[in-house]
Design a protein. Structure first.
Length: 132
């Protein structure tokens, strides 16, 4: 019974983390689909937003890494960590695009976001997270 409670507690946390990833995804998408901004005020605002998203993504990776996981669902932990790391990588890619805007850096950031989103969707569809 104890292991079942531990697994359920971890599963519930993983659901919450997937929700955080969805929120990060939405904010990164908003940044990437915004019209090209000009002027230091707009760039500063984008820089502040990507800094916050980078911090949120890094904190999420840490939470997933340090949370104790029952052996029975270590695969869920691996999937969750992979998806969380992909969102951190995406935040860094978007930060690069904001700091040195170019068509290539934007394309790279969009591709990184697509990969992170695919991992998150796969996680959402995990047998551990799909409600019966």
């Amino acid at each position: 019974i104890r292991d079942r409670h531990s697994a359920e507690r971890y599963r519930t946390r993983a659901e919450r983390w997937v929700g955080e990833m969805a929120r990060i995804d939405e904010a990164l998408t908003t940044l990437l689909t915004a019209q090209a901004t000009s002027g230091p005020t707009a760039l500063y605002a984008q820089s502040e937003e990507i800094q916050r998203l980078g911090n949120d993504s890094a904190a999420l990776v840490q939470k997933v890494k340090v949370t104790e996981v029952p052996v029975a669902i270590v695969g869920l932990q691996e999937q969750t960590l992979e998806a969380a790391q992909a969102y951190l990588d995406t935040a860094l890619s978007v930060a690069h695009w904001i700091g040195a805007p170019s068509d290539t850096s934007r394309r790279d950031a969009l591709e990184t976001l697509r990969a992170a989103r695919a991992l998150r969707v796969g996680l959402e569809n995990s047998r551990w997270l799909v409600r019966e």
